[in-house]
Design a protein around this ligand. Structure first.
Ligand code: TRP
Length: 328
């Protein structure tokens, strides 16, 4: 049986952190044998939060380096920039006619961003963010989209647009399903919010063991564990949550929990053990990254191949769209 298609995407915001890894990338890598994966670099979507385009090219290259370093296999899973496949623009324009403004205003991720970014007005492109995302997914006839909980409303809008188009013009698009990522978003080193570049609370995939140690040393732990031997509360401690993610020994995790609660284990000790576990995951990624950083022509070739494949699929889909619509 033919493999199902996965379309996954990220906005290029520079080097990736372990939150991206745990929340998305690790899942993409695990799925690449059972599905036909396409990986989109959403370099138009990124304009909704910053009009400064100076870094988009470099950020996109850095993201591809991180993807490959972490284990995405370019020969299997094409990677491409949204801006290099113009059909995204055309399909999003057609989809824009099939959805109401009030439906888009009800999109919860828009409300969250208006609040988080403290916006006093919303640009048209921001309102239309999920319409472009629907075009991203449906151009490749994605059956599944690996996402975190927060992106589910966008997949719902994608499904509605697929249904609406198919009813109006003829059956071209599948109705994609979200593939929910198991790991919830990692908390940042400040312990307050999710890991995010703009909050400067990240551990990067490209951080070496020394940097990981240094960053973890400063991480916020249970504020009630004042002295080394005070009893702690692992469930409120971000270091414990990292242990749960990066320490492959369930016995050691259980021991850390017991020894934190009893006060036997101090935070510095616990943090250094955690740093070692994180670096176990990151070291091979870093090694590969160093190789790739010195071979930018290879990265450009990967993008060129990915973009050639993506364009050819996008062109086929648009030919079907034109046929059923009798325009274009
Ligand atoms: N909205 C996604 C995010 O912020 C990025 C994205 C753009 C995407 N197009 C996509 C994700 C298509 C999946 C499929 O993370």
């Amino acid at each position: 049986m033919a493999k199902k298609t996965i379309l996954s995407g990220m906005r290029p915001t520079g080097k990736l952190h372990i939150g991206h890894y745990a929340g998305a990338l690790e899942n993409w890598i695990a799925l690449q044998n059972d599905y036909q994966n396409y990986h989109l670099i959403a370099d138009y979507h990124v304009l909704t939060t910053s009009l400064n385009t100076a870094n988009i090219y470099q950020d996109s290259i850095d993201m591809v380096i991180d993807w490959i370093s972490a284990g995405i296999i370019p020969e299997k899973s094409p990677m491409f920039r949204q801006s290099q496949v113009k059909e995204h623009c055309e399909l999003q324009l057609i989809f824009a006619m099939l959805i109401t403004v009030s439906r888009l205003e009800r999109n919860p991720t828009l409300k969250d961003q208006v609040r988080d970014l403290d916006l006093d007005s919303v640009i048209y492109g921001h309102l239309g963010y999920p319409v472009l995302q629907a075009a991203d997914i449906l151009l490749y006839k994605g059956n599944c989209v690996p996402v975190g909980e927060d992106q589910v409303p966008h997949i719902e809008i994608t499904r509605e647009l697929a249904r609406k188009f198919n009813l109006q013009y003829g059956n071209v698009f599948p109705e994609p399903e979200p593939l929910l990522t198991k790991t919830a978003r990692l908390v940042g080193l400040d312990g307050k919010s999710k890991m995010s570049k703009s909050l400067d609370n990240t551990i990067l995939l490209s951080d070496d063991a020394e940097i990981v140690k240094k960053k973890l040393k400063k991480a916020v732990t249970d504020p009630e564990k004042i002295y080394k031997n005070s009893p702690g509360r692992p469930e409120v401690c971000l270091v414990y949550s990292y242990h749960k993610k990066f320490n492959e020994s369930t016995e050691e995790i259980a021991e850390i929990e017991t020894d934190c609660i009893s006060g036997k284990l101090g935070c510095v000790d616990c943090k250094m053990r955690c740093a070692a576990k994180i670096s176990n995951t990151l070291d091979p990624i870093l090694k590969k990254r160093r190789e790739l950083e010195n071979n930018i022509p290879y990265i450009l070739e990967v993008l060129n191949d990915g973009e050639t494949k993506a364009r050819s699929i996008a062109r086929d889909t648009m030919a079907q769209v034109h046929e059923v619509m009798k325009i274009g």
